[in-house]
Structures are given as C-alpha cells and as structure tokens.
Ligand binder design. Structure first.
Ligand SMILES: [Zn+2]
Length: 166
C-alpha cells in the first residue's frame, strides 16, 4: 500500500513537471538550475562518462552538449536521463524526439480526461451524483461494468462511422 502510494506520488510529480515544461516558469527555473553547482557536478559526470565522444553517433565532435532525454526529474536527474551529444546534428535530432514524446503524452492525457468524463456521466446516470460511494463498495465490478459499456459504445460508434463512410 505504502509502495503504491509513493508510486502514485511519483507519477503525480512527473505529471506536474511535464506540465510546466515549456512554460515561462520552466524557462526561469531552467536558467537558474543550469548555473547551479548541482547541475555542474552532474554535467561533469556525463562528460567523464562519454570520454569525449557523442553518445549517439560515437564520433568525436568539436563541441559536446548535455541533452535531457526527459525532464521528468528536472532538477533531480538520474545520470540515465542525460546524454552528451554532438552540437548540431545529434542534439538537434534528440531534441525533436523528446518534443514528439512530450506531445504524445499530452495527447494521451487528453484521451484519459475524455474517458474520465464519460465514466462520470455513465455512473451518475446509474447511481446518481454520489456514485463514488457505490464505487468504493465494489470498485472492480463497477469498473468492469463501465469498461464493458465503453467497449460496446466504441464498437457501435465505429459501426456508425463505417456506415456513413460508405
Ligand atoms: Zn553525434
């Protein structure tokens, strides 16, 4: 239980950090962090690890930069969150890949929010506004009930769009 809670907290923290990514607040914190001695120490470890070679193309560039594979632990990174990359090509590509994965995650969150809203509507119709009380008494059964309904509904929606598509 305790482990589950801490996993949940970790998830929420990751979510929070990925939400501020790209905002002015993030940029400000980034500028401050990049000058900190914690960052400089971490950076040095990555530079030592790579032995002067780009960690993607394995070439020896004139200039190496430190890339964040993820900002999930921004300010408290693991060494595996960071890569030394050659300036220009590899760093540019790696930044684009990260942008894509952030965008995918945002899209997924939108999808989750849509399902949450459908779930609320569905249970409210059956159990009323305090459906959460019912849910707590038998969450597994109710979740199954909702999943079955959602599956049937999505199949019906697919059928309809097929029909109109012809
Ligand atoms: Zn490279």
């Amino acid at each position: 239980m305790e482990e589950q809670q801490s996993l949940f907290a970790e998830d929420r923290e990751r979510e929070r950090r990925s939400r501020i990514y790209g905002t002015p607040e993030f940029k400000k914190r980034y500028q401050q962090y990049i000058r900190s001695k914690e960052w400089k120490a971490l950076r040095l470890q990555v530079i030592q690890r790579c032995g002067g070679l780009c960690e993607r193309c394995r070439e020896k560039p004139k200039r190496l930069e430190i890339h964040h594979l993820t900002y999930d632990r921004f300010g408290d990174e693991l060494l595996t969150d960071l890569q030394a990359l050659c300036f220009g090509r590899c760093h540019g590509e790696a930044d684009k890949e990260r942008e894509r994965s952030v965008a995918n995650r945002r899209e997924e969150r939108g999808e989750n929010a849509r399902i949450e809203a459908a779930r609320d509507t569905y249970f409210t119709k059956i159990y009323g506004g305090d459906w959460e009380r019912h849910w707590l008494s038998d969450p597994e059964r109710m979740d199954r009930q909702f999943d079955d309904w959602l599956e049937r509904k999505e199949m019906a929606d697919d059928g309809r769009s097929d029909y109109y598509g012809r």
